[in-house]
Design a binder for this molecule. Structure first.
Ligand code: ATP
Length: 291
């Protein structure tokens, strides 16, 4: 095999709670992760010269060793002592620094692709164990779907997929650093915590209303204070008929959940018309396993 094509799916958090800050600086989380039908594409091609060559259609991204794709490839090459090289062509669609784990999804897709291309025979848990060295969301991104994510994000338990719904995903034109948001979160002072157990029950019962009633993300306490446009988008999506709306991850991306595709399309147009976001997608939950 000379080539491998991989999709790197974005995630949203339909529930995100932070339990405490550990002594080592990591935060202990309890999150419900959900893959959405929005993805980057990675074409991996073998090349005789050693090392990783990355190219992309996106001008914002670094192409050197700091790109998570290169870091993932370097890690696998070192572990398996691979002397050949690889060219990776990334078609970027997932908004960057958005709270949708785009970089982690790309790294996970690169790991899956290299596993296939070079016949490395890593099992899924082995790939996840390697991936967590590069980022807490990577073990989740290796498989995707609907998952409860605990620990620092690496302890995963599969959950049933939510019922069909339509999503508007809107990223305001600001970049938010995940480190800034967690750095400014006072986990011990949080007054409200999302009802993650209730969310899990609603997922098990296939109860869309029960799910949307429980959308919650404690990181909004930091990011929304800094960027009020997030709350404006949430309010507009609700006014346009969303069952509910929430910021994903550390933000600033907002998603709204709709029962009807037409309402979702109209809401996306309303967000665009008001100039609240530049990157706007109408999509759905996605529950095919990636691995
Ligand atoms: P998370 O939800 O995991 O916090 P995010 O969606 O907020 O992630 P990313 O899009 O993963 O953020 O990007 C965060 C930073 O990582 C950016 O500053 C970007 O330059 C860097 N980065 C490195 N490699 C990639 C990549 N392949 N795709 C996107 N960003 C990357």
């Amino acid at each position: 095999m000379d080539k491998s094509m991989q999709r790197a799916y974005a995630k949203i958090n339909i529930g995100l709670d932070v339990l405490r800050r550990r002594a080592d600086g990591y935060h202990e989380v309890r999150m419900v992760m959900q893959t959405v039908d929005l993805y980057d594409e990675l074409l991996l091609e073998k090349r005789a010269e050693p090392g990783v060559v990355l190219q992309t259609d996106n001008r914002e991204l670094p192409l050197d060793g700091s790109n998570l794709i290169c870091r993932a490839a370097d890690l696998l090459f070192r572990e398996k002592k691979i002397t050949e090289g690889v060219k990776i062509t990334l078609t970027k669609r997932i908004p960057i620094a958005a709270g949708m784990a785009g970089g982690s999804a790309d790294a996970a897709a690169a790991m899956r692709g290299l596993n296939e291309l070079f016949g490395l025979e890593y099992s899924v848990p082995e790939l996840q164990k390697l991936g967590v060295k590069l980022g807490a969301d990577i073990p989740y991104c290796i498989v995707g779907g609907t998952m409860l994510s605990e620990g620092i994000g690496e302890v995963l338990s599969p959950l049933p997929a939510p019922p069909e719904a339509f999503l508007v995903i809107a990223k305001p034109d600001i970049n938010v650093s995940t480190a800034f948001v967690y750095g400014n979160l006072h986990a011990d002072l949080l007054q409200c915590h999302p009802d993650i157990d209730g969310m899990i029950k609603a997922l098990r019962e296939g109860d869309l209303r029960g799910i949307t009633d429980r959308l919650g993300n404690v990181l909004e306490t930091v990011t929304v204070r800094e960027y009020p446009v997030i709350e404006e988008i949430k309010e507009l999506l609700r006014a346009e008929g969303a069952e509910n709306a929430l910021m994903s991850g550390s933000g600033p991306t907002v998603f709204g959940v709709f029962r009807e595709a037409d309402a979702a399309k109209r809401a996306a147009q309303a967000v665009e018309k008001k100039g609240l976001a530049k990157q706007i997608f109408v999509t759905t939950f996605y529950n095919e396993r990636s691995c």
